[in-house]
Design a protein around this ligand. Structure first.
Ligand code: FAD
Length: 390
């Protein structure tokens, strides 16, 4: 016989969006249960670069877009959380770099110098030189320009760990989920194993899995899009820290590099940007060779001969847009007694929670039920990809 658990909010999917929302809701007094079918953060979140964007990357073609405006507040909000003064206490989270940088290998930035000095970017982008340069650019061979962005880079596994601690007993491992629908097409109940969950509202934060959840419920809208990437990973014992977008000739970064600690005491460069977007259909071998050529051209003084190389294919899952473009902000769509959500960026998880809380307020969904007690297993946290890809 199945056990019935009643809660204010039932969240389906424990990536960054579901975990952040869970922490915010619990803080506001809502009872919550979060069902995760695999590992916490194991979808896109653990595969992300951990950059808390302020939108500068979207302004590379010379003007600030709506996206840049929507995301501008995010670094400040995350910084407050890291310092213990924000909406969620993230003080135990590991900060990998207090800044992300923009670097130009040649004279390209000089064409954009006026833009970087513009009023719109004041306080968000600063030119750095000499001893203020990140150590990797302090080589005599480096002839480019470097700009420091008001953005930070986080160790995502430690974010997931912290949010799962804050979730306490609200997390449930749920390898398969059945959604029961009532005659009005609302979600009547969610079943997993020998438990059934009834909630005032259900929130779908399954990332790429939202599509299957919607199909299981029998709804088609909102539609989802996937934008694939093939990332490149480079692991070595002596790799210098590098957190930067390399500017190319297009408005998108030619290369975006972040650096992550591995369990065996080494460091891993994680390479995204145009390389990963355009390399989606390349074989792993061909893409690694291309990355090796790019790095030899851009940073010839960094010795990569002892390094191990790998690639990782992963989809970004987002609300469908015409022309497969990137959505501008976090997305929350009310459907009957549920909300279907995609943050579209890890950095935008706080924004997604704002949108959900606004919607709950508008629908007059207030905390009414105590936190349900249960004896279900808790989902494990995902293992970092730099420890599984090689
Ligand atoms: C390579 C890459 C790099 C990126 N870098 C950055 C970056 O630097 N900065 C940034 O801001 N953003 C970045 N992003 C985007 C960011 O990673 C995503 O926007 C964000 O992680 C999405 O979070 P999510 O919680 O919606 O999805 P996910 O992290 O995919 O989580 C969804 C969770 O739901 C679970 N799930 C799925 N189906 C079910 C089901 N039926 N029942 C229960 N659970 C289910 C999954 O197992 C998973 O744990 C990057 C993305 C990629 C792919």
């Amino acid at each position: 016989m199945s056990t019935l658990l009643e809660t204010d909010i039932c969240i389906l999917g424990g990536g960054i969006a579901g975990l952040w929302l869970n922490a915010r809701l619990r803080q506001q007094g809502y009872s919550t249960l979060l069902l995760e079918s695999a590992t916490l953060g194991g979808g896109q979140s653990i595969k992300s670069q951990g950059i808390i964007h302020g939108g500068t990357k979207y302004a590379l073609h010379g003007k600030l877009t709506t996206a840049a405006e929507a995301i501008a507040a995010m670094p400040g909000r995350w910084r407050d959380c890291l310092e213990g003064n924000g909406e969620i206490d993230l003080t135990p989270v590991r900060l990998l770099s207090p800044y992300h940088y923009l670097w130009s290998p040649g004279g390209l930035v000089s064409n954009m110098a006026g833009f970087f000095a513009s009023k719109a970017l004041r306080g968000r982008v600063d030119a750095v030189k000499g001893s203020s340069l990140p150590p990797v650019f302090q080589s005599a061979q480096f002839k480019g320009k470097v700009y420091r962005l008001a953005e930070l880079v986080l160790d995502v596994p430690s974010v997931i760990q912290r949010l799962s601690e804050l979730a306490d007993d609200s997390l449930i491992a749920a390898d398969s989920i059945r959604i029961e629908r009532d005659p009005n097409d609302h979600i009547a109940c969610v079943h997993t194993g020998d438990i059934s969950i009834k909630a005032q509202r259900y929130v779908l934060t399954g990332g790429e899995g939202n599509q299957a959840l919607q199909a299981a419920w029998g709804i088609e809208q909102p539609a989802m899009q996937r934008r694939p990437l093939q990332m490149v990973l480079v692991k070595g014992p002596e790799l210098p820290g590098l957190y930067a977008h390399c500017l190319g000739s297009s408005p998108k970064p030619r290369l975006t590099v972040t650096t992550h600690p591995t369990a065996d005491g080494q460091w891993c460069w994680y390479l995204g940007g145009e390389l990963a977007e355009q390399g989606v259909d390349s074989s792993a071998k061909a893409l690694i060779q291309q990355a090796q050529r790019e790095l030899a051209e851009l940073l010839p003084w960094v010795d990569l001969r002892q390094c191990q190389w790998a690639t990782l294919k992963v989809n970004r899952a987002e609300p469908a847009q015409s022309g497969l473009v990137r959505p501008d902000s976090a997305y929350v769509q009310g459907v009957h007694n549920a909300l279907v959500c995609w943050p579209t960026k890890l950095a935008l998880s706080p924004h997604l929670s704002d949108l959900v809380l606004e919607q709950l307020k508008a629908d007059q969904i207030t905390p009414t039920r105590p936190q349900p007690e249960h004896h279900q297993a808790r989902p494990a946290a995902a293992i970092p990809i730099w420890d599984t890809c090689f």
